[in-house]
Design a protein around this ligand. Structure first.
Ligand SMILES: Cc1cc2nc3c(=O)[nH]c(=O)nc-3n(C[C@H](O)[C@H](O)[C@H](O)COP(=O)(O)OP(=O)(O)OC[C@H]3O[C@@H](n4cnc5c(N)ncnc54)[C@H](O)[C@@H]3O)c2cc1C
Length: 362
C-alpha cells in the first residue's frame, strides 16, 4: 500500500516536469522518497529545475550560561521525568499535568509574547490556577548545579529544581552548507527567499525552518508544495495568513490570520467580537466552559482573523484557515450551518455577534 502511494506520488511529481535535488526533508512527508544527500550536491547547474534547501532548525539556549549543571539541563528537543522543572521561556503545561512542579521564566512581560496580549494574560491566569509558578519580565542569567538539584539564577532570586528545560526557540540550521559561496543571500543564519520561496540565486529555493518565519511542520509542508509548483513553472506566492499557530496547553490556544491588535493597526475601522465558550451548549455538556472565540473583521465585514482559547481549539481552527483562504466575509461565515450540539457552532455564533444579530448572547 505504502509503495503504491509512493509510486503514485512520484508519477504526479514527474508530471510536474521539474528535476529537483532534495537534501533531506524530515517533516514534509511528501518528499521522503526523494531524499538524496548532503550539501556537496548543491550546485548552480539547475537549468532543468531547481534545488530545494530544507535543513530545518537547531536548538538555542538563549544565552543562558549552563555552567556545571549542563547534565540536568534539557533543550527543547529533549524529554524527561522530574519532580520539579524550571522552564525557561516556554508555555508548556504538560509537565505540570504529569505531576512535576513547574516554574516558568519568561523574559517578556507576558506569556505568548508574539500573540494577542489577551491570550498570554488569560493563559497566565489559567496556569497559575493549575499551580504553575510564572515569572514574567524575568531573565535567567545562568543555571548551575547545587547538590542533586539545579539552580536557575534570576536577576534577584533563584529557582531550585530537579531539571531545567530551556525552550527559548530555534535557529535556522544552515551553517556549513556553503550557500554563501554560491552567493545566496543570508540574514542572521536564515536563507532569504522571496514570496515564491526562491533565493536571490535563480533556481535555488528553500523552505521550512531554514528560512525562518513560522517554524511549524504544517508551514514547512505548505511551503514545500508551493516551492515544487514554482520549480515546475507556476508562479504561486505564500500567504502566511493561512498558517494556524497552535498551543497545546489545556485549554488549547489556536490563531489564524491577524489578531485584534494587528488588524486595528493594518485596517483602521476593523473590529473584534468575542463569544464565550460558556454560551456554547456543547462546551457546557462536556464541562469545558472556559474560553472564547474572537473574530476579527475589517470595516467592510471581511474576515481578517480568528483566535480561539478553549477545548479543542487546535482542531477547530481549520475552519478559520479555510474561510481566510476563500477570502470569506463574515456574512459568509454566518451563512454556514453548524450541527448542534457541537463546538463548531461558536463560528456561527461569533459571526452573528459580529453582524449585530447574536442569538445566544446578549
Ligand atoms: C520539540 C519540538 C516540538 C515541535 N512540535 C511541533 C508541533 O507540535 N507542531 C508543529 O507544527 N511543529 C512542531 N515543531 C516544529 C517542526 O518540527 C518544524 O517546524 C518542522 O520539522 C520543520 O520542518 P523542516 O522540514 O524545515 O525541518 P526538519 O523537520 O528539521 O528536517 C530537516 C532535516 O534535514 C536534515 N539535515 C540538516 N542538515 C542537513 C545536511 N547538510 N544534509 C542532509 N540533511 C540535513 C536534518 O537532519 C533533518 O532531518 C516542533 C519542533 C520541536 C523541536
Amino acid at each position: 500500500m505504502q509503495n503504491k502511494k509512493k509510486k503514485l506520488f512520484l508519477k504526479g511529481f514527474k508530471n510536474r516536469d521539474a528535476s529537483i535535488i532534495f537534501f533531506s526533508v524530515a517533516a514534509s512527508f511528501l518528499f521522503v522518497a526523494l531524499i538524496t544527500s548532503a550539501a556537496t550536491t548543491i550546485s548552480t547547474n539547475v537549468s532543468t529545475g531547481g534545488t530545494l534547501t530544507v535543513t530545518g532548525a537547531a536548538t538555542l539556549n538563549g544565552n543562558v550560561t549552563l555552567g556545571d549543571a549542563a547534565a540536568d539541563v534539557v533543550l527543547s528537543t529533549g524529554g524527561f521525568q522530574a519532580s520539579s522543572t524550571a522552564l525557561v521561556g516556554g508555555n508548556a503545561t504538560f509537565y505540570n499535568t504529569v505531576g512535576s512542579k513547574v516554574h516558568v521564566v519568561e523574559l517578556m512581560d507576558r506569556l505568548l509574547p508574539t500573540m494577542d496580549r489577551e491570550l498570554g494574560k488569560r493563559l497566565e491566569v489559567v496556569l497559575k490556577k493549575q499551580g504553575v509558578d510564572i515569572r514574567t519580565s524575568t531573565k535567567v542569567g545562568s543555571v548551575r548545579s547545587s547538590g542533586d538539584k539545579v539552580e536557575a539564577l534570576l536577576q534577584d532570586s533563584k529557582i531550585e529544581s530537579e531539571v531545567a528545560l530551556i525552550c527559548v526557540g530555534r535557529r535556522p540550521n544552515t551553517s556549513g552548507l556553503g550557500l554563501e559561496g554560491l552567493g545566496v543571500l543570508m540574514e542572521k543564519g536564515r536563507i532569504v527567499v522571496n514570496e515564491f520561496l526562491e533565493t536571490n540565486v535563480k533556481g535555488i529555493f528553500a523552505i521550512g525552518d531554514c528560512i525562518g518565519g513560522p517554524m511549524l511542520a504544517h508551514a514547512a509542508s505548505y511551503e514545500g508544495m508551493i516551492a515544487c509548483d514554482n520549480i515546475a513553472g507556476t508562479k504561486k506566492g505564500v500567504d502566511y495568513n493561512l498558517i494556524p499557530s497552535c498551543i497545546f496547553t489545556e485549554p488549547e490556544i489556536a490563531v489564524c490570520g491577524l489578531c485584534e491588535d494587528e488588524a486595528k493597526k493594518a485596517y483602521p475601522g476593523s473590529k473584534a467580537v468575542k463569544f464565550p465558550y460558556m454560551a456554547s451548549s456543547k462546551a457546557q455538556v462536556i464541562t469545558r466552559p472556559d474560553g472564547f472565540i474572537k473574530m476579527v473583521g475589517d470595516a467592510s465585514g471581511r474576515l481578517l482573523g480568528i483566535e480561539i482559547m478553549g477545548h479543542n481549539a487546535c482542531d477547530l481552527i481549520g475552519e478559520a484557515s479555510l474561510a481566510i483562504a476563500m477570502k470569506a466575509n463574515i456574512e459568509d461565515m454566518a451563512a454556514a450551518v453548524h450541527a448542534h450540539p457541537t463546538l463548531s457552532e461558536i463560528f456561527g455564533d461569533a459571526s452573528h455577534l459580529f453582524l449585530g444579530k447574536a442569538i445566544h448572547t446578549i
